[in-house]
Ligand binder design. Structure first.
Ligand code: NDP
Length: 234
């Protein structure tokens, strides 16, 4: 059955791979980004998730075209890395506004339709860093661990209506976000990955499409690491 799927941040990197994976399954996919450029076949919506009115307008457009969102993947995210003493209020606020508050805003709006449908899947893209911590990423790690508390609260709040809320915690995945890191830092990360390689966007798409599948209907409040073993035990 073709489901209404929304991927935030789906014009590149992990989000694009997610959108392509759901499209390949025959789902109706909407993608929201600031700059546009969704994959062929997806509904391409400009929507900055830090803007509440833009999020409401995006959902209205999706509901009109595809019906209420049944599967939400809150994927859009940014980094503003720097050591804590150099981290400005803006570095902190921008990351929290996008990664945490933006994800809350889309989850809240999606839950409205899912409650009426009495089913739904909410999937947050967190990070291994959310639970492990990482120097230079106080803002990012706080935003990503916040998603775990949010998902688990939603899982408890919405579970009686057959709505699941889960978290995927990627490790180091090769995308624009990680491409900008210095070579030395990349090598240091690689030594911490038992599988000895960086992840590909498809590794994340496999976990997310599984969480959205019928087979994962009894999985909620879970944090699924897809990190080559980097965060083992966390
Ligand atoms: P990219 O930087 O490649 O892509 C980020 C996406 O988010 C883009 O589509 C961008 O579109 C969108 N986006 C950013 N800010 C906003 C906003 N305010 N409103 C709407 N869309 C926005 O990132 P990745 O693909 O690497 O990462 C995707 C997710 O996975 C992020 O949440 C990231 O934190 C997480 N992650 C990534 C890891 C990695 O190693 N790559 C590891 C762990 C987690 P546009 O700029 O057009 O708005």
């Amino acid at each position: 059955m073709s489901r209404s799927v929304l991927i935030t941040g789906g014009n590149r990197g992990i989000g694009r791979a997610l959108a392509e994976a759901f499209l390949a399954q025959g789902d109706k996919v909407a993608v929201t980004t600031r700059n546009g450029g969704a994959p062929e076949g997806a509904l391409d919506i400009r929507c900055d998730i830090t803007d509440g009115a833009a999020v409401d307008a995006a959902f209205a457009e999706i509901e009109q075209a595809h019906g209420p969102v049944e599967i939400l993947v809150a994927n859009a995210g940014i980094t503003r890395d720097t050591l804590v003493l150099r981290m400005s209020d803006d570095d902190w606020d921008d990351v929290i506004a996008t990664n945490l508050t933006g994800s809350f805003r889309v989850a809240r709006r999606a839950a409205k339709g899912m409650l009426r449908l009495r089913r739904g899947r909410i999937i947050f893209i967190s990070s291994v860093v959310g639970l492990l911590g990482s120097p230079g990423q106080v803002n990012y790690a706080a935003s990503k661990s916040g998603l775990v508390g949010m998902a688990r609260s939603l899982a408890r709040e919405l579970g009686s209506r057959s709505i699941t809320a889960n978290v995927v915690a990627p490790g180091f995945i090769e995308t624009d976000m990680t491409d900008v890191l210095p070579e030395e830092q990349k090598k240091a990360y690689q030594t911490q990955i038992p599988l000895g390689r960086f992840g590909a966007v498809e590794d994340i798409a496999s976990a997310v499409t599984w969480l959205a599948s019928d087979g994962a209907g009894f999985v909620t409040g879970a944090v699924i690491p897809v990190d080559g073993g980097m965060g083992m035990g966390h």
